[in-house]
Design a protein around this ligand. Structure first.
Ligand code: IMP
Ligand code: MG
Length: 180
């Protein structure tokens, strides 16, 4: 977590690069699931903007749903205890599910979500993560579709927040203090 104080934002990935990459990921999904329907599940709240852009670039029959999970106390609690706060609206049994995440960090959230969703018998369960911080991984989980691999920096924008702020930034930015 960045310390309190006057925050400084530094652009890491520009809006145009995000748009281009999201389009490429959507194209890959369209190819991989040619002729089939895909059911996108967004992990609230961070993935809502990524999912909104991604689904509009997928040239297949689609449906969407959302799930919200509690965040664990980072730094304090590394047991990976995650809880569902808002469950899906409908069954995913037999569906081609693509879980859309904003960022794959330690992997604790995704590891939990994959276990929960796999129990519900989807036909296929894949993961699309806009960002991936591989150096932070505690659980051995991988995303099938990754927008960008990024260094170990705290980022905000394009859906990602710090204390609920900055989700509306068009670029993905590194959040830091002037002294950093
Ligand atoms: P994980 O369980 O550690 O993989 O964390 C995943 C969640 O932590 C993401 O869905 C984000 O909500 C949050 N998170 C991790 N890194 C960042 C970051 O750099 N900026 C904003 N949120 C983050
Ligand atoms: Mg999130």
């Amino acid at each position: 977590m960045p310390p309190q104080g006057q925050p400084k934002l530094k652009v890491l990935i520009r809006r145009a690069a995000i748009q281009k990459r999201v389009r490429e990921v959507a194209r890959e999904i369209t190819k991989d699931f040619a002729g089939e329907r895909v059911h996108l599940i967004g992990v609230l709240k961070g993935a809502c903007i990524f999912l909104s852009d991604l689904v509009r670039e997928i040239d297949l029959e689609t449906s969407i749903d959302f799930i919200a999970v509690s965040s664990y106390g980072k730094g304090k609690d590394s047991t990976g205890q995650v809880r569902v706060l808002k469950d899906l609206d409908s069954s995913i049994e037999g569906l081609n599910v693509i879980l859309a995440e904003d960022i794959l960090d330690t992997g604790l959230t995704l590891n939990y979500l994959l276990r929960v969703l796999q129990q519900r018998k989807p036909k296929v369960l894949r993961v699309a993560a806009l960002l991936d911080k591989p150096s932070r991984r505690l659980k051995d989980v991988k995303a099938d579709y990754v927008g960008f691999k990024i260094p170990n920096e705290f980022v905000v924008g394009y859906g990602l927040d710090y204390a609920e702020r900055y989700r509306n930034l068009k670029d993905v930015c590194i959040l830091g203090l002037p002294a950093e």
